[in-house]
Ligand binder design. Sequence first.
Ligand SMILES: [Zn+2]
Length: 223
Amino acid sequence: MEYVHVKYIDSSGKESYESIQRASIKCPFCGVQMIPEFYFLCENNERGLSVFCQCTNPKCNHAFISEYKYWKDTYIFDKIAPNAAMERKQFSDIINSISPSFCEIYNQAYEAQQMNLSQICGVGYRKALEFLIKDYIMSSMEDEKKEGIKQKNLAKCIKEDISSQNVKAVAARATWLGNDETHYVRKWEDKDIRDLIGIIDLTIRWIESEIETKRLLEEMPEQ
Ligand SMILES: [Zn+2]
C-alpha cells in the first residue's frame, strides 16, 4: 500500500503530519479515477479523518472532502463525504402540527431543487401541496369523514371542503400551477417553479391566519 503524508494541526496548535493511504479515487464531480492532491486533514466525528482533496484532472480541479478510517495501524480510504448539508425550510408550529408529511415532502422537493433537479422538484412540491391542503381540511373534521378526503380529487376538496374564501382561492391556484409541473403540456406558460413556491407560501400564510384567528375567537368569545 502506498502512503502520503498529509498536514494537520494537532491539539496543541502545532503543525503535524499523518500518513494515509494514497488511494486512487473516483472524482465526485467529473467521474475520473485519479489520485487527488491531499492538502490538509482533520479528525472527524466518527474517529476517522476528513481530508481536503483536489481532483487532478486538469479539466476539473474541483475540491472535495474524502473520509479515511483507521484500519490495521493505518488510515485507509473510506468514502467521499457528501457535500455540505442542504438547507431545509422551517415551518411554523401550526403547519408542523397539522401536516408533518407536508413539511417532509416539501423539504425533499427543496433538496431536489438545490441539486438543480428542476424537472423533479415541481412534482414534489405538487405532492407536498396535496398533503398540506388535505391535512388542513381533515384537521377540523371528525375521524369518520377523513377517509373520504384522502380518496378525493384535490381540486374537488378545495372547492367543496374549504370554507375560508382566501385559503380556497390561493389553494386552487397553487394546484393549477402544481398540476403544470406534472403534466406534459403546461397551461400557465408564463409561470414557473418560483411562482408555485410563492403561491404555496401564500397558502401557508392564509392557513396560519385562519387557524390563529379561530383560536383567538375561541379563547375570547364575544361578551
Ligand atoms: Zn474531477
